[in-house]
Ligand binder design. Structure first.
Ligand code: ADP
Ligand code: MG
Length: 664
């Protein structure tokens, strides 16, 4: 309490501020300042340039801390407050007015006025109403939606005063408020400030302008950081009571406002925003392309493995010599089949194969030579080792084998050639090489069509795929059709597909010992897959590009937003001055990056919806695109944005408000 019976709003005793200069050098900007300011006072702090006026104002306004002495604001010792506590005190107790107005260019006049209430947590409806009301009383009722650039200097300064009043502002601190505007508008601003003091605000104006000192009720003069004269407290006859702080005490971060400001920032950031969005879009798109390509190839390979059997080796009697030499037939007999089955490890069964293109006819109907396969019945050749799917009838049986029966299972294409659709095929005869065979069953059409570039499938199994094949029991084929010893090949099923190379070697060794010749022992699926290796190399390239694009996107975000931080130092200072805590600034920047990356991610996802078929065409690689990829990629984009955005955000939050505001 002091002689007026009221507690001073500002109470400094022995306050000093020493700046650490380069090396040993120190600057004593303030030295032993003692000052009490009450509600209702209109004080002018004056003095020559460099005398410490601004420093004093920053310390009173809790933008800076004293290095010596005590500083109490509305009874609270600021020494006891942490950084957040100071921010809360700023937004509750102070309103700042600067020489250069310090309005946010991207926001309307009303939105600028609302800013302190946003951080204080006032609800939007109340905020809008209060901002308009204050603008109205300051004679700006008709300009709430104007941008600062559309207003005159005096009008901008009145908007700044309105912003200062938004949260109640028991103390209004103005640093050279008339310095940048003409005399007439300056006088208007002074009238306003005087009226506010009469209404019970403590008004502290820093100025070396004579006119300001003349209007003030009390003049404090500084020289070299010391008070050299103080005209003394001069309260109005009946000081109005200082208005109560109007602000709720908010502790959460105003996310909604951060997103809204983020959208505004993105819209007004021009190249900076475009770069961020573009780089994230590119990164997202390449990630999606990679996902699509690798999924496509994975499905392709998985299909091949499943359909061709990764656990199957083919031994061929057809030997290909050096280039230029004709291919020749090598003996391959049932004894070889038995030897492999008995003596090679990891072999679960061996199926001898015989096939030849033979004339097939029915009645007078002769069709082109078709592949006739003789198959061992005990383990019918199947894909995936499951029974061969039939469209009609039954498959070759053990009884057929034992009886060396002249029975056949025909492919669907052959059925179409020899029988009309409504004619029964089962039980009918067809002639193979002049011998009559009874049709026992009809194979189902193969679900998978042969793709282009899969010419290796011109062998017998490809005929199964296109339906022009006839299966007959192996014994029948060996005894009646092909001759006993001339096997075309052996199909070897393995127990363990992992050891396929080792087993292939063992089979080669064994055949070499028997015949003194080298045989081809191959796995169809593996041959097919090795053809895919070239594509895989393409994919690796794409993967690298995608990775680079994503990292580049992330680095662009860092670079662009760091540049943004230094461009926006003043904005950060303003936000801090009106009461934003460090975490509010961090949130603001992270949200802005989040907004930009969400846009980028969405654009990238859209691009890949349209672009995946194009990609498939360009690369010739299979591209699978699942809708959930887009969600994953969007998530990745946002996560990348936030992860990389945190660095600039922390940099922004770490800025000291005074030096941020000092930026020109
Ligand atoms: P005024 O506003 O009266 O012109 P200031 O308060 O800006 O004076 O500065 C007072 C003294 O403190 C000056 O000598 C100035 O150079 C010094 N000063 C102000 N800010 C800093 C700082 N951040 N680092 C070092 N010296 C500073
Ligand atoms: Mg100054």
């Amino acid at each position: 309490m002091d002689r007026n019976g009221a507690e001073p709003l500002v109470e400094l005793s022995g306050v000093g501020r020493v700046f650490e200069g380069e090396g040993e050098e120190q600057v004593r900007a303030l030295d032993g300042i003692s000052l009490r300011i009450h509600a209702g006072e209109f004080v002018c702090v004056t003095g020559p340039s460099g005398s410490g006026k601004s420093t004093l104002m920053h310390i009173i306004g809790c933008l800076d801390r004293a290095t010596e002495g005590d500083c109490r604001i509305a009874g609270t010792d600021v020494e006891t407050l942490d950084d957040d506590g100071l921010a809360v005190l700023r937004r509750q107790a102070f309103g700042f007015v600067f020489q250069s107005y310090n309005l946010l260019e991207s926001l309307s006049a009303a939105a600028n006025v609302e800013l302190p209430a946003t951080y204080a947590g006032l609800r939007a409806g109340q905020r809008h109403a209060r901002a308009r009301e204050i603008l109205e009383t300051l004679g700006l009722g008709d300009r709430p939606d104007h941008r600062p650039a559309e207003l005159s200097g005096g009008e901008q300064q009145r908007v700044a005063i309105a912003r200062a009043l938004m949260n109640g502002a028991r103390v209004i601190l103005a640093d050279e408020p008339t310095g940048a505007i003409d005399t007439e508008q300056g006088a208007e601003v002074l009238n306003l400030l005087e009226a506010l003091a009469e209404r019970g605000h403590a008004v502290v104006v820093v100025s070396h302008d004579r006119a300001v000192a003349d209007r003030a009720h009390r003049v404090v003069e500084l020289v070299d950081g010391r008070v050299v004269s103080d005209s003394g407290a001069s309260l109005a006859e009946s000081p109005g009571s200082a208005p109560d702080p109007q602000t709720p005490h908010r502790t959460t971060i105003p996310w909604l406002a951060a997103v809204r400001h983020g959208l505004v920032a993105l819209r007004t950031s021009g190249l900076r925003g475009a770069l961020t969005v573009f780089s994230v879009a590119l990164g997202t798109w390449s990630v999606l392309a990679l996902l699509g390509l690798s999924e496509g190839v994975r499905l392709d390979i998985a299909d091949a493995m499943e359909e061709m059997g990764a656990n199957r080796l083919s031994v061929s009697s057809m030997a290909f010599g050096k280039p230029g030499e004709p291919a020749r037939l090598q003996p391959l007999t049932l004894a070889d089949a038995d030897a492999i089955a008995e003596r090679v490890a990891n072999v679960s069964s061996v199926q001898p194969g015989m096939w030849e293109r033979l004339m097939v006819s029915r009645g007078g109907e002769l069709i082109d030579p078709v592949i006739v396969r003789a198959l061992s019945v005990n383990e019918p050749l199947t894909l995936q080792n499951a029974p061969w799917p039939l469209a009609e009838g039954t498959y070759l049986s053990e009884d057929d084998r034992d009886a060396v029966a002249q029975v056949a299972v025909i492919g669907p294409t052959i059925r179409d050639r020899l029988f009309s659709p409504d004619e029964a095929a089962l039980g009918q005869h067809v002639d193979i090489n002049g011998l009559p065979f009874v049709v026992r069953g009809v194979l189902a059409p193969h679900p998978r069509k042969i793709g282009e570039g899969e010419m290796m499938w011109s062998g017998p199994r490809a005929r199964e795929w296109d339906g022009t094949v006839i299966h007959i029991p192996f014994e029948t084929g060996a005894n009646l059709v092909f001759g006993k010893e001339n096997l075309n090949g052996l199909d070897v099923l393995l127990t363990d597909a992992e050891r396929i190379d080792e087993t292939a070697g063992d089979i080669k060794d064994l055949l070499f010992r028997h015949h003194g010749m080298d045989y081809d022992v191959t796995n169809d699926a593996l041959i097919w897959i090795s053809g895919k290796k070239l594509k895989a190399m393409h994919l690796a390239l794409f993967g690298a590009i995608a990775g680079i694009a994503l990292v580049l996107g992330g680095m662009t975000i860092v670079a662009v937003s760091l540049a943004g931080v230094s461009q926006r130092r003043r904005e950060i200072g303003i936000r801090r001055a009106v009461g934003a805590r460090r975490r509010d600034i961090t949130a603001q920047f992270v949200v802005e990056t989040g907004v930009a990356t969400t846009f980028g991610g969405a654009i990238g996802a859209l691009l890949s919806f349209g672009g995946s078929s194009l990609l498939a065409q360009i690369t010739g690689a299979p591209v699978a695109f699942e809708p959930w990829f887009a969600l994953v990629a969007l998530g990745c984009a946002i996560a990348t944005g936030l992860a990389f955005g945190i660095v600039p955000a922390r940099r922004a939050a770490g800025l000291d408000p005074v030096s941020a505001l000092a930026t020109d």
